[in-house]
Ligand binder design. Sequence first.
Ligand code: SF4
Length: 354
Amino acid sequence: MAERNTYDALALLSGGLDSILAVRTIMDQGLTVLGLHFVTPFFGKPHLIPFWRDHYGIEAVEVDIRQEYVDMLLDGPSQGFGKWLNPCIDCKIIMLEHAHALMKEYGAKFLVSGEVVGQRPMSQREDALNLITKRAEVRDVLLRPLCAKNLPPTPMEASGLVDRERLLDWAGRGRKPQYALAEHYGFTEIPTPAGGCCLTEIQGSARFVRLLTHRDRPTPNDFTLARTGRQVWSCAHWLAFGRTGEDNDQLAACAEPGDYVFKLADFPGPLAIGRPLQGDWDPEVIRDAAALISSYSGKARKRFEASNEPIRVTVRRLGRTETVAVIPARETTLKWAEPAPESVRAWKKERAQA
Ligand code: SF4
């Protein structure tokens, strides 16, 4: 087996601006850094790894923690949730534990993270940073270069491996120093501050809460499906369908043999996945879903209006395909509806009282 490259440090690299600047700050000292890009059903854009290399000069690898992350979420994060379904402190602990475990493999002497004291309400308060460091058992190896001068010196600074004078003293929520440093590096594309995590969004959280209401232990694939495209539910019947070609591709990648995979037979339109959570769907449910899906094809609707002829939708499941003929309709008997945002607070409250 080919030997791995070695690095002075491993860094948590979400792809957000802070993580990129933290890596570059250490690279400026002539040290080599490998970015670890963690992927879960809720965040992770591994397709950007080549872009980060070309645009920011940062090498990175994907680290898949899907199952472990979902288990943490389902078992209940030890430090609770943030505003919506984001378990930020436990999330950081998991990533740092993984990074710590990978140090030996890459010959790394320390870890880098782009946190800034006081920048985020949940995970970047000073007490939270200390808790994360302690729980992940990385006190002696973790360096936070963007706010290092506001924290006690680490062993890496004390030993001279890293020059403390060339680290930063950022604090608080302001973003000006970040943008100034990005400009200094000549970045022409400035990523968003954080890496993009749908657990911090109310709409994203509502989708997951609906899933959690109907399935005891959803799988990583369930969560990925819940994140993709348009989502509608009717009682325990769950339907996800594409709004774009990219959504359709992602839905196709999520499809499991037991799913109902809907596709318009004669027109372009959304691909849809019906995932049965409580037994097989009745034929009326399949027809109802097909009617809804066909209404999202402009061409199919026009054809129906012009000819009054039903639209054909194919439904594939367990290796068999059947075709149903339906009238396109947005308002159907089953009253499919998107997950309600207000369900998130109610779910969290109920869970806290359980
Ligand atoms: S915002 Fe999302 S990715 Fe970032 S720490 Fe919180 S849970 Fe983790």
